[in-house]
Ligand binder design. Structure first.
Ligand code: AMP
Length: 402
């Protein structure tokens, strides 16, 4: 198992007066007019930035945004982030329109203690994702120490996450990174029991390793979303025209066997909400009805049914730790979101450690309106999944150990 907890953090070192390169994850979603439509990731990085600036460090923020494919492209400029940042930090933040080069270097050498600057999108250079050594050195040359607070990109060995660590010392984790490791690592490896894992989403194939790894830790595993139909087929149920991965039925069979051998309760839907038509683009479905386990020909499961919601809720309220990853139905369509929202509500309103891991499940919990009651919401999508699989993330491995 990955020993995440031995990493040095900003609390372990004195960075006062130093120029500190801070890798943050400001990969925020942008609206049609380039406005920031969700500033969660910016807000999540504030404690580290504030701590460093208050300590008298000269803070140099570096991030990527979107996929500019190694070319300068105004559409992916980090400039819109500055306003949110300076408002949250309650101080001016200087934006530099490049991330390396002579003029950037000159400005950072002139920084005063406590100043905060934001570099332009590091992925405007193809060298970033190639973890190019000379590009890494140019970035590192701006600073005297490195802080990584970008959990969302910790699963990528890029110049700004791994390359720079060769040239800077110390290299430590920020508060957000520390929190992600604590909740996705410590709290799921050594959970307060009973520990229930809820897995949903579209595909078993994306989650094979997570299922396998979490069956070693959980007391109960709840399966929902389209993933459930591959499991139900493995169990011998008919699934109508529901989304299924026929080539992953054997994976489901192995998971069912592993759960039995380990004494993990593996729960599948007792009933489903089904329809004969789905128009995802129009966010509409045909007539909805509830059927028990076996789904008739031509119908597709779009959400978990009421009996399943009751069963899953019961398991949740009996748990002390719950980890949720993936929605339990097509939550983007309002009439198919009930199961996901009811489960989110049950998690949020129970007295337990609740961890929501990445991507669509975060969106679903936010949409349900209960996000504030959850113990921890991970900022990483792919990184959360890889971490939960027990993989070593290069961005974390590259940091200094205690
Ligand atoms: P993932 O990225 O694997 O977490 O999957 C998330 C997607 O799974 C969301 O877009 C959901 O709409 C989709 N999904 C969940 N349940 C179903 C279902 N019963 N049928 C089709 N898609 C589903």
């Amino acid at each position: 198992m990955f020993r995440a907890m031995g990493i040095l953090t900003v609390k372990d070192v004195n960075l006062s007066g130093k120029r500190v390169l801070v890798r943050v994850d400001f990969n925020v979603p942008l609206g049609e007019n380039g406005e920031i439509s969700d500033d969660t990731r910016i807000i999540a990085a504030i404690p580290t930035i504030k701590y460093l600036a208050d300590q008298g460090a000269k803070v140099i923020l570096v991030s990527h945004l979107g996929r500019p494919n190694g070319e300068k492209n105004d559409k992916f400029s980090l400039a819109p982030v500055v306003a949110v940042l300076s408002k949250r930090l309650n101080k001016p933040v200087l934006f530099l329109n490049d991330c390396i080069g002579e003029s950037v270097h000159k400005i950072v050498l002139d920084l005063q203690d406590g100043d905060v600057v934001l570099l332009e999108n590091v992925r405007f250079y193809a060298e970033e994702t190639k973890n190019d050594e000379s590009f890494s050195k140019k970035l590192a040359d701006l600073a005297e120490a490195f802080v990584n607070d970008a959990f969302g990109t910790a699963h990528r060995a890029h110049a700004s996450t791994v390359g720079v660590t060769k040239f800077l010392s110390p290299c430590v984790a920020g508060f957000l990174m520390e929190k992600e490791l604590k909740f996705l690592g410590e709290k799921t490896s050594n959970p307060e029991r009973p520990f229930t894992v809820i897995l949903g989403g579209a595909k078993v194939s994306d989650k094979i390793s997570v299922i396998d790894s979490l069956l070693d830790k959980a007391d109960a595993m709840i399966i929902g979303g389209a993933m459930a139909y591959t499991f139900m087929l493995a169990k011998g149920n008919s699934i109508g025209a529901s989304l299924v991965e026929l080539d992953k039925v054997d994976v489901a069979v192995s998971a069912i066997k592993k759960a039995q051998a380990k004494g993990v309760k593996l729960l599948l839907p007792l009933d489903s909400v089904v329809t004969d038509k789905i128009d995802f683009d129009a966010r509409s479905v045909g007539e909805l009805k509830v059927v028990d386990e076996d789904i008739p020909d031509g119908l597709r499961g779009v959400d978990i049914g009421p009996k399943t919601i009751d069963l899953y809720k019961k398991i949740i309220t009996e748990s002390k730790t719950v980890l949720m990853n993936g929605p339990l139905g097509i939550f983007e369509i309002e009439t198919c979101a009930n199961g996901t929202f009811e489960i989110a509500k049950a998690i949020a309103s129970s007295k337990l450690t609740s961890i929501i891991g990445g991507g669509d499940s975060v969106k679903a919990v936010k949409k349900s309106g209960f996000a504030d009651n959850v113990t921890f919401i991970s900022t990483g999508g792919g990184a959360s999944l890889e971490f939960l699989e027990g993989k070593e993330l290069p961005g974390i491995v590259a940091l200094d150990k205690k």
